[in-house]
Write a protein that binds this ligand. Structure first.
Ligand code: UDP
Length: 361
């Protein structure tokens, strides 16, 4: 069985790492399975790409399509054109895509049109918010996927509701959590840990990169200033995403508690999350990691495609206003974190389940 694995952006690298390990394990057991790794080049900054390959021991990609940035259509089209050529030259049995970025959708379309079976890992999750480019990527990808691997029973139910045949839907758990468990004993403090006088539980982590929070400079500044005041004497570490940095440009901000740092590598970032007092974010992946690590997470969005992080995990859906955040953060300060649980099958073995199932097809 020949699988082409697609990765294009930071969260993808974290998701493919354990899948590749699971394939390699089967190879070492003598199973007939091989993979080819295609990096689309959607994320190309060292901080968002190379660092993750190095830290997570992901093999050097067999091809880098080097599409870089562009509008939604430009980027999607560039990936499709480049990947079609790659797939013509390197035919395979399955194209495996993960998550919900433009590379996920673009490569799924190319594969399906070339009659190659599509595997979607993290299929079926839905926010219901059609203003999010990721939601469109999810819907289009799932409409042409052959084998669906889900992180939750609600994601599986979504797919069945859309008429997907149940024999092709497999609830296997969460590959991002596989990576977390595989690396927990390797996480380490970043170089600024001592300089900023950080200690376990004395700081908050902030990440923001979704258009709804960062594309309007004025509302982004209002949010940052509001958070800066709200946290009183706690430091806030803000690894700033290139997209957010570009919006703020040279703006002079008068912030007392928020400390800007570069996007962090996986091992430093997980150390920061694991030892934080709380996390404020608009990332979906981070709300999964905080749920497993038992760290309170405040999500600055009006919807989520990961309801389990709210229903049984540590996540609180805030909305995008600072007033809501102040109220919900204040309530947490008063009453502490409600009892949380780790979702079913988020046990570090999802990738092995996926490869076992693919080998049985
Ligand atoms: N992440 C990281 N360093 C950072 C910020 C995030 O390693 O400075 C990791 C994070 O732990 C998670 C993934 O990147 O595993 C999430 O990426 P992002 O927020 O870009 O994607 P989303 O989850 O919003 O799709």
């Amino acid at each position: 069985m020949k699988i082409t694995i697609i990765a294009g952006a930071r969260p993808n690298f974290i998701k493919i790492a354990p899948i590749i390990k699971a394939v390699q394990k089967k190879q070492s057991e003598g199973k007939s399975i091989s993979f080819r790794l295609v990096h689309t080049g959607q994320h190309y900054d060292k901080n968002l790409s190379d660092t993750f390959f190095e830290e997570l021991n992901i093999p050097h990609p067999n091809a880098n399509l080097e599409v870089k940035s562009g509008s939604q259509a430009e980027q999607t089209a560039a990936i499709m054109i480049a990947f079609e050529k790659d797939l013509v030259q390197n035919p395979c049995d399955l194209v495996l895509v993960v998550g919900d970025v433009n590379s996920t959708m673009a490569c799924a379309i190319v594969a399906k049109k070339m009659n190659t079976k599509v595997v979607h890992v993290e299929a079926g999750i839905r926010s219901g918010d059609m203003t999010m480019p990721e939601e469109i990527n999810r819907i289009v990808t799932d409409s042409i996927t052959d084998y669906f691997f889900t992180t939750s029973t609600s994601a599986s139910e979504n797919l069945l509701k859309y008429g997907v045949e149940s024999s092709n839907v497999h609830f296997v758990g969460n590959v991002m959590i596989d990576t977390l468990y595989q690396n927990l004993d390797r996480i380490s403090a970043p170089s600024f840990w001592n300089n900023f006088n950080l200690e376990t539980g004395n700081y908050i982590i902030l990440t923001l990169h979704r258009p709804s929070n960062v594309d309007e400079e004025k509302s982004l500044i209002d949010l940052l200033e509001g958070i800066d005041k709200m946290v009183e004497n706690k430091k806030v570490i803000f690894p700033i995403h290139p997209r957010t940095k570009a919006i703020l440009g040279e703006t002079n901000l008068n912030l007392k508690n928020i400390l800007f740092v570069e996007p962090q590598g996986y091992l430093n970032f997980m150390f920061l999350i694991k030892n934080s007092f709380a996390v404020i974010t608009d990332s979906g992946g981070i709300s999964e990691e905080t749920t497993v690590l038992g760290i309170p997470c405040f999500t600055m969005r009006t919807t989520t495609e990961r309801p389990e992080t709210i229903e049984i995990g540590t996540n609180t859906l805030v909305g995008t206003s600072i007033e809501n955040l102040k109220e919900l953060f204040g309530a947490f300060l008063k009453s502490g974190l409600r009892k949380a649980e780790i979702p079913e099958l988020w046990d570090g073995k999802a990738s092995e389940r996926i490869i076992d199932i693919l080998l049985s097809k």
